[in-house]
Design a protein around this ligand. Structure first.
Ligand code: GLP
Length: 255
């Protein structure tokens, strides 16, 4: 596991974007795992500034709410369309999001898992981390080998995501999420974490026991994990957590 610690949140986006740009230059038909939430947004903004041909790149979203009307601005399908597909000029036909409005969401989840495998798997999975240690929407207690499925959101997660909705009640109760086993099949995991409010959970995930109580701790078992964190988020990491490289703000890794 390699850990890049940078001074600011915007620098985490720049460093992560540099890593992704290098991957895409070496593999123009790269398959990216696309995360939503606040942490990845600077990555997509920074990647848009790179001169790299995105026309053959594919993407699979990590998760999607269940039950939002199609086209809802906070559905992850719409968030990915705005923040990734359009911003990076990806081919919309190459970007997939779980079908949160399917009549049978469990079947849609299983089909999504199969579609990822049929695409040859994910080259780089972009990840954030929830305050309770969730990855994607794998909440505490999720099996470490779980597959893409319907998950019930904890009230803490709903509250954390309420900032994107008009009212807290509008946040859906359920979602479709790539499972931890599905995520772990990606060839490279790229976790981006910002802010002192994530320092404790990041330390638990990287330095604590591997346990379903902290789903992100499963990262310790993956052979190729890159963590890009600002100094605040990295402030509780144990010395020697990984190869820690301090980057100058705005420096681009991998180029
Ligand atoms: C949501 C998303 C996760 C994301 C998490 C943290 O739960 N499903 O993929 O990692 O929020 O979001 P943020 O980066 O805004 O803290």
């Amino acid at each position: 596991m390699e850990i890049f610690v940078v001074p600011t949140a915007s620098a985490t986006g720049s460093v992560a974007a540099g890593i992704l740009a290098a991957v895409i230059r070496s593999k123009p038909d790269a398959v990216l795992g696309l995360a939503t939430g606040g942490s990845p947004l600077p990555i997509y903004a920074a990647l848009a500034g790179h001169t790299v041909d995105m026309s053959r790149v594919s993407g699979f979203a990590l998760d999607e709410y269940v039950g939002l009307p199609a086209g809802h601005p906070e559905s992850y399908a719409e968030v990915v369309r705005r923040e990734v597909t359009e911003r990076l000029q990806l081919d919309p036909a190459k970007v997939a999001v779980p079908d949160g409005s399917a009549a049978d969401p469990e079947r849609a989840a299983a089909d999504y898992d199969a579609a990822i495998r049929a695409a040859g798997g994910i080259d780089v999975q972009i990840l954030g981390i929830g305050h309770n240690g969730h990855l994607a929407f794998n909440e505490p207690g999720s099996a470490l080998d779980s597959r893409t499925r319907v998950e019930v959101l904890t009230e803490r997660t709903r509250a954390a995501n309420a900032r994107y909705f008009s009212t807290a009640e509008e946040v859906p109760l359920r979602c479709i999420t790539q499972g931890l086993g599905t995520i772990m099949e990606a060839r490279h995991l790229l976790l981006v974490v910002n802010g002192v409010d994530k320092a404790g959970i990041l330390a638990a995930a990287l330095n604590g026991p591997v346990t379903a109580d902290c789903p992100a701790s499963v990262l310790q078992r993956h052979p190729h994990v890159t963590v890009v964190a600002d100094e605040a988020a990295a402030s509780q990491l144990a010395p020697g957590s990984g190869r820690v490289a301090v980057r100058v703000a705005g420096a681009r890794a991998g180029v």
